[in-house]
Design a protein around this ligand. Structure first.
Ligand SMILES: Cc1cc2nc3c(=O)[nH]c(=O)nc-3n(C[C@H](O)[C@H](O)[C@H](O)COP(=O)(O)O)c2cc1C
Length: 372
């Protein structure tokens, strides 16, 4: 990220805003991004929070019972604030029988290679959001963050009532304006460099991707509540750069993927050391939603037959057996390997040490910026 020449003006404009880092009592402007599907294990979340950044549980794919267990585990390991993240329920209609058959046919060769039977795909395709949110209300984490939409007025009101900060995700100005209007406490500005799913919920914006620097600058002009920059941030200089563009904090996902505490499975971890898996790509192949991951055979083959991809969340359910079996067999070519564009700068370090390193690098970068 290039340095901004107008950092001073931007920072003056920020002073009236909620100081989210201070409010959370963090040692620096750093959030470990929620990562559902395993990587953001309770051990990772707690280690990050214990080191003075904000750890985030990725609870989207967890049943209420599983979510309770995750929260209890984190609470047993840290007294520091942490976030719990959920997906807002999808509004897409159920796929027709014809579409379902064509998606099954398209993915059949992978099942054949993995020795899997044809799955029975029946709705509901998502865990009920209200049931998950009930767990959040009972446990009152410091932060409730979310992606893929805006929760109801009642949900946001209960957050305010119980002093839970609410953080939504935007990938364009329109979404950020809607989130601000709805009354969220802060917004994650998610650039297209980010690993994992794009949080896009404004249909007219689907498939349009904005780089983090441009998005942060645009939102800084339009949005009054704090911005948290996410996407491709891998070191303390990157954090300093996004703050100079108007963000109040940075959210990093990929940087934490291969910490020993993370729940990233071994085939996924190994992909970061592979000599053949080098580049990331945005794909709809695994879930039906645009998401960035390390390019592999499944992505290439299914993206070529894009017309057979079901909308999220049906495609996500359809490919679940393939991803699960591939993880068990260590077959990274058929697995969703979510990672951001900064993957080449990934470091293997215990999470607490990584937080310390990132915050030290950030301090040095800030001093350099101020020419001290
Ligand atoms: C494996 C993985 C899973 C993710 N799951 C979620 C999620 O459940 N909810 C969410 O809001 N963001 C999710 N994200 C996005 C991250 O929280 C974060 O914003 C993103 O990783 C930042 O970009 P970076 O990976 O380039 O650092 C995920 C990212 C990854 C890599």
């Amino acid at each position: 990220l290039p340095k901004s020449s107008c950092a001073k003006e931007i920072n003056i404009g920020r002073q009236a805003k909620l100081d989210i880092v201070k409010k959370l009592g963090l040692r620096g402007p750093l959030i470990q991004g929620p990562m559902s599907g395993g990587p953001a294990s309770p051990e990772l979340v707690a280690a990050v929070s214990n080191a003075g950044a904000l750890g985030s549980i990725g609870g989207a794919y967890q049943t209420p019972q599983e979510l309770i267990i995750s929260i209890e585990k984190v609470k047993a390991l840290t007294n520091s604030p942490f976030a719990v993240n959920l997906f807002i329920s999808s509004k897409s209609p159920l796929p027709t029988a014809e579409k379902l058959t064509s998606a099954l046919v398209s993915t059949r060769p992978f099942r054949h290679l993995l020795g899997l039977p044809e799955p029975l795909i029946t709705p509901p395709y998502e865990i009920n959001f209200d049931d998950q949110f009930e767990v959040i209300l009972k446990n009152k984490p410091t932060v409730f963050s979310f992606t893929f939409g805006i929760p109801t007025r009642e949900v946001l009101k209960s957050c305010q009532k119980h002093d839970i900060l609410s953080i939504g995700t935007a990938t364009c100005v329109e979404e950020a304006l809607q989130l601000e209007e709805a009354g969220v406490s802060a917004i994650v500005a998610q650039g297209s460099e980010a690993g994992g799913h794009q949080g896009t919920f404004d249909e007219s914006h689907s498939g349009h991707f904005i780089k983090l620097k441009d998005l942060t600058q645009m939102l800084n002009l339009k949005i009054k509540i704090p911005l948290i920059a996410a996407g491709g941030i891998m070191n303390g200089t990157d954090i300093s750069d996004v703050l100079s563009l108007g963000a109040s904090a940075a959210q990093l996902g990929t940087a934490f993927l291969i910490c020993p505490e993370s729940g990233t499975n071994s085939a996924y971890r190994a992909a970061f050391n592979s000599r053949t898996m080098l580049k990331t790509k945005l794909t709809r192949a695994f879930s039906g939603r645009w998401a960035r991951g390390i390019e592999n055979q499944f992505m290439r083959e299914i993206d070529r037959r894009a017309e057979t991809i079901l909308p999220y969340p049906a495609q996500n359910v359809l490919t679940r057996d393939i991803r699960k079996k591939s993880a068990e067999l260590g077959k990274a070519e058929f697995l969703s390997l979510w990672a951001g564009e900064g993957l080449a700068s990934i470091r293997t370090m215990p999470a607490g040490e990584l937080v310390k390193t990132l915050l030290n690098e950030f301090q040095i970068a800030e001093l350099k910026r101020k020419n001290v």
